[in-house]
Design a protein around this ligand. Structure first.
Ligand code: NDP
Length: 448
């Protein structure tokens, strides 16, 4: 970590004092501020307008009770969250996460990241995030539906196509978005397609939204490799996780000629030297909601490892696509020792700061999540465009739009890094270019 300019340091200390115990939020703020010394020195109006302090304080934070009844008639109480962080560029936009680890600090870290990610897409969307500490694992469809309906019974009054547009994240996929949209429609008596993204194709969803985050991560990786005259073809790739982002990152990497040899879930990891069988993986994870042990049982050459780290498996390209702080310094060292060329974060903040420093010290191409995984929210914004014009685009057209957005996004990060004297540093490039865009909009809108 670098030493912070006094303006940034003051703002960071305020964040620590005001948000005790929210380690992930502190980490996300610090990671952005670390890139901004030269920016605040060059643009004193940011300090004069207290832009950093305003950016670090959410515009609105909602926390609510979510009561629901399980199939046996027991009543459960979960906690719901929505942090509407910044709307300088457009309506709040960001996913909902259902996972037992969700708390206010996690939602704030994700919402803060989302502001910059959304700015990077070049589309008119602000940043927000939400979720619940509800654990969907092992729950029946009927239980998931009742939970989603109860969650929306409070959330509906805070969202809308011009206000706040949630989408999916960990534990929230097409099934949950369907139940949430159904309840919103029922309560409001409005068929307001643009209020949620990640919808099914039958009721206003967009082609490529399911694939978008994983595909986008691989498009960004392709662009990074191209700066070194390299390609994905023939490369050995590892993804972590085996959910939405991981599966479609693996699919696009495979389509571009790479071989994806390992993935993980919270129960361990599988290595499949023949290359992951993605049809089987989808069947197990998306349809049967099963485990990777089921995958290994059906593939003669695959091995399942309940202990250890997926990052100990040698690869040239590493795509962490599971969750925050899942790739530590030790993992980074072993990836470097095994000759990794590029790391792109499909998940949000999966690499710890120590791990990121190791990649930088060893000239490993590194794409931070706010840039590499922005394809998901970008395609959500394309879904909003289609809903607004009551149109629906073909798969190939939508994928081309996504690809171009990721190319532009890569170039924006690379150019900002060059301009501020840090060529090849995508962390600095992503933070600087998105911060300047949001800060300028905030200045223009006055003190609000
Ligand atoms: P999913 O719920 O579809 O999949 C998550 C995967 O990560 C699962 O394989 C899960 O394993 C694993 N995982 C989750 N938590 C842990 C944990 N604590 N330890 C180990 N493994 C874990 O989520 P997504 O694929 O949608 O999201 C993955 C990441 O990508 C998140 O960081 C999310 O914020 C980020 N992201 C997602 C976007 C999207 O469009 N979906 C957009 C941008 C970023 P298990 O099933 O065993 O829990």
């Amino acid at each position: 970590m670098s030493e912070l300019d006094p303006t940034l340091d003051r703002a960071y200390r305020t964040v620590l004092d005001r948000n005790p115990g929210e380690a992930e939020f502190h980490q996300a703020v610090r990671e952005v501020l670390d890139s901004l010394n030269r920016v605040v020195a060059a643009r004193p109006e940011y300090a004069a307008g207290s832009i950093i302090e305003r950016l670090c304080e959410p515009e609105r934070q909602l926390m609510f009770r979510v009561p629901w009844t399980d199939d046996k008639g027991n009543v459960h109480i979960n906690r719901g969250f929505r942090v509407e962080f910044n709307s300088a560029l457009g309506p709040y936009k960001g996913g909902l996460r259902f996972h037992p680890t969700v708390n206010l600090g996690i939602v704030k870290f994700l919402g803060f990241e989302q502001i910059f990610k959304n700015a990077l897409t070049g589309l008119p969307i602000g940043g927000g995030k939400g979720g619940s500490d509800f654990d969907p694992k092992g729950r029946s469809d009927a239980e998931i539906m009742r939970f989603c309906q109860s969650f929306m019974t409070e959330l509906y009054r805070h969202i809308g196509e011009y206000t706040d547009v949630p989408a999916g994240d960990i534990g929230v996929g097409g099934r949950e978005i369907g139940y949430l949209f159904g309840q919103y429609k029922r309560i409001t008596n409005r068929y307001e397609s643009g209020v949620l993204t990640g919808k099914g194709l039958a009721y206003g969803g967009s082609q490529v939204r399911t694939e978008a985050t994983g595909y986008g991560t691989v498009f960004f990786t392709r662009e990074m490799l191209a700066t070194k005259n390299r390609s994905l073809s023939g490369r050995r790739v590892i993804v972590s996780g085996s959910g939405n982002v991981a599966i479609y990152a693996a699919q696009k990497a495979t389509q571009l000629g790479a071989q994806v040899v390992a993935c993980s879930d919270s129960g361990g990891y599988v290595v499949d030297e023949d290359g992951l069988d993605l049809d089987l993986l989808k069947q197990i994870k998306e349809v049967e909601r099963g485990r990777l042990t089921d995958y290994a049982a059906q593939r003669p050459n695959a091995t399942h490892h309940a202990e250890g780290s997926v990052w100990s498996v040698p690869c040239e390209i590493a795509l962490p696509c599971a969750t925050q702080n899942e790739l530590h310094a030790e993992d980074a060292k072993s990836l470097v020792a095994n000759g990794v060329l590029a790391v792109a974060e499909g998940a949000n903040m999966p690499c710890t700061p120590d791990a990121v420093a190791i990649f930088a010290d060893n000239d490993v191409l590194f794409a931070p999540g706010k840039a590499a995984n922005a394809g998901g929210v970008a395609t959500s914004a394309l879904e909003m465009q289609q809903n607004a014009s009551r149109d629906s685009w073909h798969f190939s057209h939508t994928e081309e739009r996504l690809d171009q957005i990721m190319i532009d996004l890569h170039d924006r990060c690379a150019t900002a890094a060059d301009t501020f004297g840090e060529p090849g540093n995508y962390v600095a490039g992503a933070n600087i270019s998105s911060f300047v865009q949001v800060a300028d909009a905030m200045l223009a809108l006055g003190v609000i």
